[in-house]
Design a protein around this ligand. Sequence first.
Ligand SMILES: C[S@@+](CC[C@H](N)C(=O)[O-])C[C@H]1O[C@@H](n2cnc3c(N)ncnc32)[C@H](O)[C@@H]1O
Length: 262
Amino acid sequence: MAARGERFIVAAVRLLMPRRHDARIGRQAARYWSASDGDQSWDSNSHWRHGIGDEAFAEVGRDHLEIYQRFARALEVDTPTTIIEWGAGGGANAVAFAPHVERFISADISPDNLAECFRQVQAVCNTPVDTLLIDLADPNAAADGLRHACDLFLCLYVIELTTGVDAVRTILRIAQRVLRPGGMAFVQVKYHTSDGRTRGRIGWAYARNLALNTTFTIEEFWRLAGECGLEPQLVTLVPRNRLDSRYAYYALTKPVSGMEPQ
Ligand SMILES: C[S@@+](CC[C@H](N)C(=O)[O-])C[C@H]1O[C@@H](n2cnc3c(N)ncnc32)[C@H](O)[C@@H]1O
């Protein structure tokens, strides 16, 4: 009953005062990710090597590289030279992708994660790593000066942690901007089904819902990507892995020519 009451109040505030609600959740998210405080669950939620363990850490990067390569072969895209990862966390993807490119740009809202990702990549290869600190209140600023600079935009295990569709739209538009024409965004979302319990639940408490804040149906995200100027090309589902369930991976390409989205 208490949960139902809370849901009702949250829904009312979201409806009547959307800006106030979004600002509140945004502050909670920024606070949660700002520093680890040596908290083991934070390290695990950020996918640090010691947080999720060596095996899972290696698996995250290996599985993502494998899905990306499958997409890249099917779409016959050029081998990337510059990759940006939005929400790089502890570097599980970075250590798998960076050895194959000339430049790796790691972007995150947490300085601790940026430092850890940098350390992890340095331990496996000589690829130069640039770090970009994202301000959740103004994510676009982090991508200033990067227009058309990247061949591949990675955003993995991040969308479900965002504070709603507007935040996701912002990320996709940033991807559209930093990619060169023909470049690919390789993005994972957590999908929901007809079962209401699988839906994202942006509520009062960001940290309580964490990886179940923002979800989409497969088609909703496909359409959203298109609205943001990226062409959805392929999707593959991972209904369950060792970390969680209902992951959808999309290959989105930036059109070679055409209008820039508004
Ligand atoms: C679960 S970790 C994933 C790390 C990495 N991408 C991986 O697949 O292992 C989530 C990361 O996203 C970052 N993050 C959370 N919200 C974000 C947002 N709105 N924009 C960019 N990064 C975000 C967190 O700081 C954290 O490093």
